[in-house]
Design a protein around this ligand. Structure first.
Ligand SMILES: Nc1nc2c(ncn2[C@@H]2O[C@H](COP(=O)(O)OP(=O)(O)OP(=O)(O)O)[C@@H](O)[C@H]2O)c(=O)[nH]1
Ligand SMILES: [Mg+2]
Length: 675
């Protein structure tokens, strides 16, 4: 039987814990042996944070009643013994629901009232204001009570048509999208703007975030969902009903919200059980399903094998009842498999690449440093051996020579200071146009150009111009860092020749690659400036929301570039500081040994042994470093162990894994530290 998403994510979680443990070993070794400079310490911390904390978001998007919530129940919550997320005919989930786990927050359900839409603050800003949210505690030992509490996400309220307009649920320009007008000109709107469920479920603890969205244009009326959350999702699952096929509104959701190429996209054709027909043979039903998949693929312009026919309801029921045949008939496992295979290995690969790259660079730096230390040891040994059988007068001469050499070497400090100040100035120049303030200014130009009247064509043009200005900023930063690189190469060559350093400029940094992120953001936002969106552009508050969302996404890109540049430059300077320190220490040691040899005739052998001992220690450090880096690389390259076939114990497929990872309140399923 096939492995499923739940158990594979669990395996990825274990891989992350194990890789982090190897990274921690390497960091501990470096710290204990005083081999860690600021730049490497920063890298270790950031990488460990990514390994342990980075979230994996899977978003479920579709028109209402296609079975998003039911599918989430079947994949993630069948261990609860009942249906957890409300799923029923008609509109059910009224607001976006984010399921995840953050141990800094209390367990439970938090809800942001819909009225907050009348304020300018964005969802991201409200996330930082706990008092704006309503908190409901969830009793984890009581699935019945939990399901009742989760029903909050269905809650609606009646408001006047004008109020609905202000809240963004009514637009006279698009009558076909408006909800029905009830008695006394009232409109039913969601009670909540956003819901977060914080649960110590093992999968969520491993960093999975599941986003359930409300259907029916609701996704379009919440710019934060479409501009903020969905583009950040690592995978999106688009769901269609086998009974309805691709309707006009399905198609517009697909085109408007799922066109981003960066996302791993999955299409599920749900409710295939509804195609069962007592008057047809199973082969005939099978034929109908295949034809439906083909026609869906054609309409969405994707390969037919990317459409997965499933029955979420059947799968949930089968898992709840331990019915292996029912689960097979639901075909859910093939879909779960595709989801995990399409997503998890990529995630692993990205994390593994970063960890391996960073650790390899770290090894290079240290190996260079060890080489330099050994070179100095060899020189010192040569000097000491030369003293055998020599008079005290000769030793005195040597002492003077060391002193003279040290004095001459110290002349490099003025040169280093000059280089540092040039470097600092150039670095400031490279970073200046990447600040949040600068990004905001650029975006503000957009507002000024449009002067409050965002007609689609003008807005689109101004936006595209903004994006090319931003690309230019990245290009400039790249060029400025290239100039720093050339300056360092030239200065290092001189310092090496004149003062015997062995400085090597890092390989060139590439920040141009972040232009791709910009292109992605551009593509994402530009669809909101099309003609078909004119009415939305005119909605009160939309422009402000658009601006805020844009600034916050751009800021992430520019901050990343800034951090990369800073880290690269820090690493380069750290090398100079390290070698300077090493050389000074070496002069001091040489002087002290000669001094002692001069005062006691039997000291020479002891000094020789001491330097040899130091050299051996460097060799040992190097061996240990190699072992630790090799172990890390081997662990990072190890395949995520797909959990093997289930059902051997006679249970239904998936049952053994799912029971292993069932809601784990005592934390007994935690992977042991350092596993
Ligand atoms: N026959 C059948 N019904 C299903 C299937 N999956 C879901 N349903 C039913 O379809 C209805 C809608 O399912 P939901 O999960 O609430 O749909 P949704 O996409 O979350 O809808 P909204 O929350 O309103 O956006 C419910 O009654 C489900 O039980 C399926 O595979 N087969
Ligand atoms: Mg739903």
């Amino acid at each position: 039987m096939m492995p499923n998403f739940a158990s594979n994510l669990d395996a990825l979680g274990q891989w992350r814990v194990a890789t982090d443990a190897k990274l921690a070993n390497l960091a501990r070794f470096a710290r204990e042996q005083d081999l860690l400079n600021d730049a490497s310490a920063e890298w270790f911390e950031a990488m460990r944070h990514r390994l342990s904390g980075e979230k994996l978001m899977v978003a479920f998007v579709a028109e209402f009643s296609r079975g998003k919530s039911e599918l989430i129940n079947a994949i993630f919550f069948s261990d609860k013994g009942r249906r957890m997320m409300p799923a029923s005919a008609g509109r059910t989930t009224m607001c976006p629901v984010e399921l995840g786990y953050d141990d800094q927050d209390p367990v439970g359900l938090t809800l942001l009232p819909i009225d907050t839409r009348l304020e300018a603050a964005s969802l991201a800003e409200f996330r930082r204001q706990p008092q704006a949210w309503t908190h409901i505690t969830l009793d984890l030992s009581n699935p019945e009570g939990m399901a009742q509490a989760l029903a909050e996400v269905m809650r609606t309220r009646l408001v006047s048509k004008d109020q609905a307009k202000l809240l963004g649920f009514w637009a006279d320009e698009r009558p076909e999208d408006n909800p029905p007008l009830l008695e006394n000109d009232q409109v039913e709107v969601p009670e909540w703007r956003h819901a977060r469920i914080n649960l110590p479920h093992p999968l969520l603890k491993r960093g999975l975030v599941v986003l359930d969205t409300p259907g029916l244009n609701a996704i379009g009326t919440e710019p934060e969902l479409t501009l903020g959350l969905l583009p950040q999702a690592h995978a999106t699952v688009f769901i269609l009903g086998a009974d309805t096929g691709v309707t006009k509104s399905d198609l517009s959701i697909w085109r408007d919200h799922l066109s981003g190429p960066a996302l791993a996209r999955f299409v599920a054709l749900n409710k295939i059980d509804a195609l069962a027909d007592p008057l047809s043979t199973p082969q005939q039903v099978e034929g109908v399903i295949s034809r439906q998949c083909e026609s869906v693929a054609q309409t969405l312009e994707i390969p037919p094998e990317h459409v997965f026919p499933i029955s979420a309801r059947q799968a949930l029921a089968a898992r709840l009842n331990g019915d292996a045949a029912g689960l097979r008939a639901s075909r859910l496992e093939a879909f779960e498999n595709a989801l995990s295979e399409g997503l998890l290995p990529k995630r692993r690969q990205m994390l593994a690449d970063s960890a391996i790259d960073g650790a390899t660079q770290f090894r290079h730096q240290l190996v260079r440093r060890f080489g330099e230390m050994r070179r100095l040891h060899a020189e010192q040994l040569l000097e000491l051996r030369g003293l055998r059988g020599k008079s005290t007068g000769k030793v005195q001469l040597m002492l003077q020579r060391v002193q003279a050499e040290a004095t001459e070497f110290e002349q490099c400090t003025a040169r280093l200071a000059a280089m540092r100040s040039v470097h600092a100035r150039m670095l400031r120049g490279a970073l200046i146009d990447l600040s949040s303030e600068r990004v905001r200014q650029e975006v503000d130009v957009l507002g000024q150009v449009l002067g409050g009247s965002w007609l689609p064509l003008g807005a689109k043009k101004a936006f595209v111009e903004l994006c090319s200005r931003l690309r230019l900023l990245i290009e400039q930063a790249q060029q400025r860092n290239d100039e720093i690189h050339s300056m360092l190469v030239a200065s290092f060559a001189k310092l090496n020749a004149e003062f015997g350093f062995s400085l090597l400029a890092e390989s060139q940094l590439d920040v141009r690659k972040y232009t791709e992120d910009l292109v992605l953001i551009e593509r994402n936002y530009v669809q909101y400036l099309g003609l078909s969106q004119a009415f939305r552009l005119a909605q009160p508050g939309f422009q402000e929301q658009f601006r805020r969302m844009l600034v916050s996404r751009l800021r992430v890109v520019f901050e990343t570039i800034s951090n990369d540049i800073e880290l690269w430059n820090k690493t380069a300077s750290a090398q100079v500081d390290g070698q300077l320190r090493e050389r000074r220490r070496n002069f001091k040691r040489r002087y002290e040994s000669l001094d002692r040899i001069q005062s006691a005739s039997n000291e020479l052998d002891a000094r020789l042994q001491e330097v040899q001992g130091q050299d051996e220690r460097v060799l040992q450090l190097q061996t240990r470093l190699n072992t630790l880096v090799d172990e890390l690389v081997a662990q990072a390259q190890s395949e995520v162990g797909l959990n093997g076939p289930a059902g051997a114990s006679g249970g239904y497929a998936g049952a053994p894994e799912l029971s292993k990872i069932s809601l784990d309140l005592a934390g007994t399923n935690e992977v042991p530290e350092g596993a």
